[in-house]
Each structure stands twice: as C-alpha cells, then as structure tokens.
Design a binder for this molecule. Structure first.
Ligand SMILES: NC(=O)c1ccc[n+]([C@@H]2O[C@H](COP(=O)([O-])OP(=O)(O)OC[C@H]3O[C@@H](n4cnc5c(N)ncnc54)[C@H](O)[C@@H]3O)[C@@H](O)[C@H]2O)c1
Length: 308
C-alpha cells in the first residue's frame, strides 16, 4: 500500500513517517521544504521511502505524485495563526487553493486523511463534540475549516480535529504551548502567562501519528466522518500546565494580561466518538514535559523552531 503525505517533512509528518515505514507502507512525501529537509534525511535509507520537493499549489506536480497512491494524508499547510497572520495571501492559497488541488488530483478510489484542527471550534462555552457548530476566529482556523468542509464533501475523507500537539519530533516546533513553555522554563527560568484560566487540550505528536494508522486500519467504519483526536485526560488550563512544568523545572511563573490567543481557544473537548472505536492516547503531558526538558537542557538551539 502506497501512502502519499503532503507536508510530510513537518513536525507531525516526521513523527508519522517512521510509524508507517515500520508497518511496511510505501511512503512518498511531497513537501516544499519551507523549514528545510534535515528531518527526513534518516528515511532515505529505507527503500520504501521516496520524496518529491514540490508545492501543493503546483497542480501538475501534485497530480504526478498522487496518481498511484492508495492513501493520501494531507498535512501541507501554513500552520498556526501567527504564521497565517504574517502572510494571509500565502495562507489562503496554500490552505484553501492547495487543498482544492488535492481534491482535483485524487479520486474516490483513494482514502484521504486530513490533519484538521480544534482551532475550527473557536471560543465555545459547552463541551465540544464533532456536532458543535464551528466558529473559527483566526485566518488559520477559517482556512482549515473551509478545507475540511471541501474534503468531506468531495472525497472519501477522514478528518482529524487534533488537539494542540506537544512533544519532540525530528522537525521540532517550539511555538506550541507545552513545547514553548517548557523551552522557556529550561532556558530562561521564567514564564509570563496570559489567559491562565483558558482551557486547552493536548496530544503528543507520536499519538497523532498513531491516529493516522488507526484511521487506515479502521477506514471502513470511519470514512466520511470527522473525529476529535486527543484525550479527555489531557484537557488542562494553561495554569495547570504551568504547575506540571514547575514540578519538573525551577521555573518562576508570572500571570499577567499581556497578550491574547487570536484563536480564542478556551474549550473542553469530548473525545468520546473516537474512543468508542478503540483509539486512546498513550503519552501524557507529564511525560512530554520530561522529554522536552531533557532535550532543551541538552541542546542549544540555533533557531527557536517556530513557524514564524
Ligand atoms: N501541530 C499541531 O498542534 C497541529 C494541531 C492540529 C492540526 N495540525 C495540522 O497538521 C498538519 C501538520 O502540522 P505541523 O505541525 O506538522 O506543521 P509544520 O509547519 O511543521 O508542517 C507543515 C509542512 O507543510 C509543508 N508545506 C507548507 N506549505 C506547503 C506547500 N505549499 N506545498 C507543499 N508543502 C508545504 C512545510 O514545508 C512543512 O513541512 C497541518 O495541516 C496542521 O494544520 C497540527
């Protein structure tokens, strides 16, 4: 079985690739390498791995790589509200036009799995289920919501509305909440945190990779549907995350109203739908903090691995 991953050289993709290779899938990554390609170097040795450098807005290039794929995992995007705000035209064209291309170059003989996001929910008072009306507030959430809708209407798609990722992956991102806080706790010794009561929901990047395998294995039951992917055990306030980081580092935390989240993510998410089918996460936030603290203590980063 051949799997095409758009955006596979990114944070999520580079954690997913080895899990697919281990299960003997042939993996082809299509990525324009906007953050470089170092993280995929180790996979070239594997005869089941191949790569094309390209942009999902290049219809012909995408068509070529999609033709013989059994499964297409669509991850390529301008990710996060700060990166989308920095270049709104790029965000629209990659996240929306690029997704239209993915639809055009695939058929309903192929399974599509889409890396969607909980940012689609916006600010919600009730517990978010997959039935909760979407109210995306940032350009990131809006473009991801539109792409998710198009894919579900046009193709045999499973859409994962992921919680916010944390943890170490070969293409590390330190602009994600748990990663950012742990990095600053270790490197700077203090944190200034706004909106401390805001509730957020988390998933380790390795468990995101496991979700794709789970979707492939259970596609008959899951296709043409959207799922929240995470765990109710990992709905935390930002303050609670800081308390967990305090237990493992010497950080001083100061709470102050000095910023805001453009996605207004303050929500508790239900993961009942995917749990009933047998999926649960395996790595806790505490374990993720431990892993991140070790890496941040050991390595002097040349760049903060942020998406902007
Ligand atoms: N990390 C999270 O917390 C999270 C949560 C929910 C959903 N997601 C979704 O998962 C997917 C992957 O996220 P990530 O954290 O790995 O982000 P990332 O920024 O690390 O990876 C995105 C990848 O897409 C590639 N890319 C960007 N524009 C492209 C283009 N025009 N053509 C080809 N490739 C292009 C980049 O080079 C990069 O390798 C995204 O669609 C994101 O919306 C991520």
């Amino acid at each position: 079985m051949k799997v095409l991953i758009t955006g596979g050289a990114g944070y999520v993709g580079t954690s997913l690739i080895p899990q697919l290779l281990e299960k003997n899938f042939k993996v082809h990554v299509f990525d324009n390498l906007m953050f470089g390609g170092d993280a995929i170097f180790p996979f070239f040795r594997n005869p089941n791995f191949s790569f094309t450098k390209g942009d999902i807005r290049d219809f012909n290039a995408l068509k070529k790589v999609a033709a013989d794929a059994d499964i297409v995992i669509h991850l390529a995007a301008i990710v996060g509200y700060p990166a989308c705000r920095k270049d709104p035209d790029l965000a629209e064209s990659v996240n929306v036009t690029g997704t239209k291309n993915v639809i055009s170059v695939t058929s309903n003989n192929q399974l599509l799995i889409y890396g969607s996001t909980g940012s689609n929910y916006g600010s919600i008072d009730e517990i978010c289920t997959e039935e909760t009306p979407l109210n995306p507030l940032s350009l990131y959430g809006q473009t991801k919501t539109l792409a998710e809708k198009m894919l579900l209407e046009e193709r045999n798609t499973i859409a994962w509305r992921f919680a916010t990722a944390f943890g170490v992956s070969p293409r590390l991102r330190l602009d994600l909440l748990v990663n950012d806080f742990t990095y600053k706790a270790v490197k700077e010794g203090y944190l200034v945190v706004y909106e401390k009561h805001f509730m957020r929901t988390f998933i380790h990047v390795h468990d995101m990779g496991r979700a794709f395998l789970f979707g492939i294995e259970n596609q008959d039951k899951m296709v043409n549907n959207v799922y929240n992917v995470g765990s109710e055990k990992m709905n935390y306030s930002k303050e609670a995350i800081c308390e967990l980081i305090k237990k493992q580092t010497n950080v001083y935390v100061h709470y102050a109203d000095v910023g805001e989240d453009a996605d207004k993510r303050d929500y508790v998410v239900s993961y009942d739908k995917i749990k009933k089918l047998g999926f649960d996460t395996t790595i806790t936030v505490e374990d993720g903090i431990k892993e991140l603290a070790k890496v941040c203590s050991a390595v002097d980063f040349k760049s903060p691995y942020s998406n902007i």
